[in-house]
Design a protein around this ligand. Structure first.
Ligand code: ZN
Length: 159
């Protein structure tokens, strides 16, 4: 069976970025294809592969996590952060917006009484090199299609 829209695929990957030699992430993922669960360029590179296929998939920023947007670098008053929280440059933070949706941010520095946060995805602006091995391909269940994500090991779990 080849990977197509509405396949559920499990794959292992090693991720390198830009021209760097270090693997920055290595994991196994289970994902529903064609529902925006993966960066578009990675998903496009997986289409047509079958179990045991290996492939180096290179994804440009616009097909990955987007270009960096300097408008997403914002200052917030230090008093808006929990009291006593250490302010360390490069430290990741999880913020909630008015709707209670989580957003990842990185502390970039301080400016007067403000803490400068970078709300860009840490991999925004990077070219991604995924070295993938496909370990399972199956058709999605009706329930997975309805939810728009994969279930089972490596996928979403509902309680
Ligand atoms: Zn679900």
């Amino acid at each position: 069976m080849q990977i197509a829209k509405n396949s559920v695929v499990t794959f292992k990957y090693d991720l390198k970025v830009d021209d760097e030699d270090d693997v920055i992430d290595s994991d196994e993922l289970t994902s529903l294809i064609g529902h925006g669960q993966l960066p578009p360029g990675l998903e496009a590179g997986l289409l047509g592969l079958a179990v045991e296929a290996t492939k180096l998939i290179t994804v440009a920023p616009e097909e990955g996590y987007g270009e960096r947007d300097e408008a997403k670098v914002i200052g917030i008053p230090r008093s808006a952060l929990p009291e006593g929280m250490p302010i360390e440059i490069g430290m990741p933070l999880e913020l909630e917006d008015e709707q209670g949706e989580p957003h990842m941010a990185t502390i970039q520095g301080t400016e007067g009484d403000d803490v400068v946060l970078d709300l860009n995805h840490p991999l925004a602006g990077s070219t991604l090199h995924f070295d993938v091995v496909v370990t399972e391909v199956r058709a999605a269940t009706a329930e997975e299609l309805q939810h728009g994500h994969a279930h089972g090991p490596g996928g979403h779990h509902h309680h």
